[in-house]
Write a protein that binds this ligand. Structure first.
Ligand SMILES: Cc1ncc(COP(=O)(O)O)c(C=O)c1O
Length: 493
């Protein structure tokens, strides 16, 4: 029995929150008291009438809560006497074990993943900091009403099916849509197939798992996407980075690397390359594919940003340039163009490779969320991409031009690149240290991404990436002005 005074104080901290059934809140609260031993095994619980008064909720809610506690093994009822705390409640019987030192059990893979995890080791922003570190889309542009409509439309058509298991390869209506979408980009889909993935990143991971590691070596642009570097390293590949020129990868250097070494694959980002923002010229795309055609090396094409073109004419992806050829593995994603939170990407490649990727996907995650895929499909089907792109392009183009103009006005740079997309890349004179600049700027409330983390060979210490998509206009100007002043001071000092 609990004395009434003790009971009063015991139940004082119960607070109802809106939107959750009251009886479940009472049940959760009582479980919490039992788990932390404020109520002990065999102890009589307050009568339903008493508890109803103490918690200021209806007696029916208490009756339902006590029934729930009994169902879950936290309490039992004795007819005519009331409700009691169970002698052994979930989690109350434990076996003492010696503490495990997890450092003795971690794989080299996990340690390397942690070591390369920039989110854990990266630059932290204080509140109010002007941050040029993100290249995520600006969520204030998202057309939520159309996303909600897409969700409701699809749920109305086949909600039950969407909530059950789906297919490893992907949600068929989305795949059909994307097939057409790629054909319109000039991709010859004959003999090719598709796999839906959790964004580009899972696609790359699956492809790297599927490829032979005979040579343990991969070719890519230098600098390149940090997540790709991280995954290549996690898969145990050595990386040969090829210098970037203003119109894309240095073909002469690539030719030499191909002649001198052996590689399991090559990874290229031809459009709005991360971090340089460079769009590889059509001539260079053809040159690159001609060169690669002389070698038995799969080409992984990262097509993540193709839609964020603000000027200039359309350029075809490498997989389109390859025509009926089957050596290109195209990884697509709408993460920058639409919503990265949906985690939907796709791999298009020779059907034989997709056949194996499908099995890997099924073994790893069974399939990408059908709900996510179906929302994206319905959103696209309803014609929203075209409408949204118009709005997003206009907004990003304005910010892009503003950032470019501010860089030209305020930064003592030696090279500046970015043909569109959501970021620009800046190089200062050789020997300049952007990490030192970052420290000086951080003290003044501005941060950016130092470029060295994108380099495959420890270079790029004089470079930085400026992501502008989520920075307000006034802050773009103010931030770059601060970076410019600090950089000039650093160059003089
Ligand atoms: C080069 C590159 N590829 C692809 C992506 C998109 O990856 P995901 O689709 O996994 O979000 C990004 C995102 O920043 C990127 O920079």
């Amino acid at each position: 029995m609990i004395a009434m005074g003790a009971m009063d104080s015991m139940f004082k901290d119960f607070k109802l929150i809106a939107g959750r059934p009251v009886y479940i809140q009472v049940q959760d609260y009582m479980k919490h008291l039992i788990i932390k031993s404020a109520l002990q095994g065999g102890q009589k619980l307050p009568s339903t009438r008493e508890l109803s008064t103490l918690l200021k909720v209806s007696r029916n809610s208490i009756i339902a809560a006590y029934a729930g506690l009994e169902d879950d093994g936290f309490a039992y009822a004795v007819p005519g006497q009331g409700n009691f705390v169970a002698m052994t409640t979930p989690g109350s019987v434990t076996v003492a074990s010696r503490p495990m030192n997890w450092q003795d059990h971690l794989s080299g893979h996990a340690r390397l993943a942690e070591e390369l995890d920039l989110m854990k080791r990266g630059i932290r922003a204080e509140k109010g900091t002007i941050s040029f570190t993100s290249i995520a889309p600006d969520e204030s542009l998202f057309d939520l009403d159309n996303v909600k409509r897409a969700f409701m439309d699809r749920m109305a058509v086949e909600g039950n099916v969407l909530l059950n298991y789906g297919y490893a390869k992907g949600y068929k209506p989305l795949m059909d849509y994307l097939r057409l979408y790629l054909e319109h980009k000039g991709v010859d889909m004959k003999g090719k197939d598709m796999l839906i993935t959790n964004g580009f990143t899972e696609g790359l991971d699956l492809v790297l798992s599927a490829l032979d590691h005979r040579h343990g070596s991969v070719l890519c642009e230098n600098p390149t996407h940090h997540t790709a570097i991280k995954n290549l390293k996690l898969h145990g590949f050595g990386i040969t980075g090829i210098t970037m020129e203003r119109d894309g990868i240095h073909l002469g250097e690539l030719e030499q690397a191909l002649a001198e070494g052996e590689y399991d694959c090559a990874y290229f980002v031809p459009s709005y390359h991360n971090p340089t923002g460079i769009v590889m010229s059509p001539e260079k795309r053809q040159g690159l594919m001609k060169l690669m055609a002389g070698y038995d090396i799969p080409v992984i094409e990262d097509g993540f940003n193709e839609e964020l073109r603000y000027s200039g004419s359309h350029v075809s992806p490498l997989i389109a340039t390859a025509g009926a050829g089957n050596s290109v593995i195209y990884l697509g994603s709408f993460s920058k163009v639409l919503f990265p939170g949906l985690r939907v990407g796709w791999v298009v490649a020779d059907e034989e490779l997709i056949y194996y990727l499908e099995s890997l996907k099924r073994a790893r995650t069974i399939h990408t969320s059908t709900l996510d895929q179906s929302i994206l499909y319905q959103y696209l089907h309803n014609g929203n991409l075209e409408k949204y792109l118009k709005k997003a392009r206009a907004e990003y183009k304005r910010k892009y031009e503003l950032t470019l103009a501010c860089c030209k006005e305020f930064l003592p740079y030696t090279a500046l690149s970015g043909d569109g997309g959501l970021h620009l890349f800046v190089a200062f004179a050789e020997g300049f240290k952007t990490r030192e600049l970052l420290e000086a700027c951080r003290a003044q409330g501005v941060i950016f991404t130092p470029g060295d983390q994108f380099y495959t060979d420890g270079g790029g210490q004089h470079t930085m990436r400026l992501g502008f998509s989520r920075v307000r206009d006034a802050e773009i100007r103010k931030g770059i002005q601060i970076i410019g002043r600090a950089a000039t001071r650093q160059l003089m000092g």
